[in-house]
Design a protein around this ligand. Sequence first.
Ligand SMILES: [Zn+2]
Length: 344
Amino acid sequence: MRVLFLLSLLIVLAASPGMIAAQETPTPVTPTAPTGTPRPQPTATPTPRPLRPGRVWPAPDPALAKEHFWLARPFAPPAEDDIEYWYPFGTTGSGQYLIHHGVDIGNPMGTPILSVAPGRVIVAGEDLTATYGLTPNFYGRLVVVELSQRLGEQPVFVLYGHVQTVAVAAGQEVNTGDRIGTVGMAGVALGPHLHLEVRVGSNTYNRVRNPDLWLRPFPNQGLIAGRLVDEKGRTWPEAHVLIYKVERRDRIWRELYTYVDDAGISPDDAWGENFSIPDLLAGDYILETKIGNRIETLPVTVQAGEIAFVLWRISADGSASSSPTPRPPRPTYPPPMRRPLPML
Ligand SMILES: [Zn+2]
């Protein structure tokens, strides 16, 4: 069933069929599945495409360099609550889809969606006449909440997209856990899922930030965020990053691409990252990437409830350096609703 879900969760649009063919693992089920579907399982073959540095990547703001896990998870058991890792924020899902301005969580049509934080509803309904994404009817039906808490002087918004039904009205105050609506596939979506966005500063499509860095980790889990740049501080966009568990170096645990170099995608003000890997059990991992002709690796330790941040600087000729970021004191948070099974 999980595979079916993953297959159905697509946001439309294929960029390069050739690129897909080069990376795709045959999918074992669902003859009715659309072509160009993502791979639920990683493959061992890095993509052999040339990398070029992008723009000088915005640096983190030291004054904000601490975790801001303001958001609870938007589903209650037995609903699925894991972030879909094959289509991360800021990426094209291995070259297959639109640049992702949020994260996805798959669940059946009608699954209740819960408010992730206190705030005031500012949008509730269809986007047929107002544009909140690339085009009208992009999210189909959506809810936007301006959070009660601000990031410094800046307002923070959470967008719930593609919903089937809306359970709130504009102007209404909501608290964490309140019912926002139900999972649907309205707008540009091929299957039922929640698309969740975080917007900082204004409620606009190009002010998004990575929700991975705002959603509270599950117990015993943390996440990796990293800044993969060259010697001049330019981002390495769409670099292929593989993640291994240190005790299973023979098996790729996750894989992803760094953010695209696009004006609509910016790092978190606090972290300056260009990739993240959410929902990781605490433990030791190894990151691996290939820049030029050299493969570079970097050990990372994930602590429960924290962001393991890595600064990974690799020059165009392949020489690398890295440094850990000083750890802020660990804050405490209310316990999340449940601990999911580890991803397999
Ligand atoms: Zn999405």
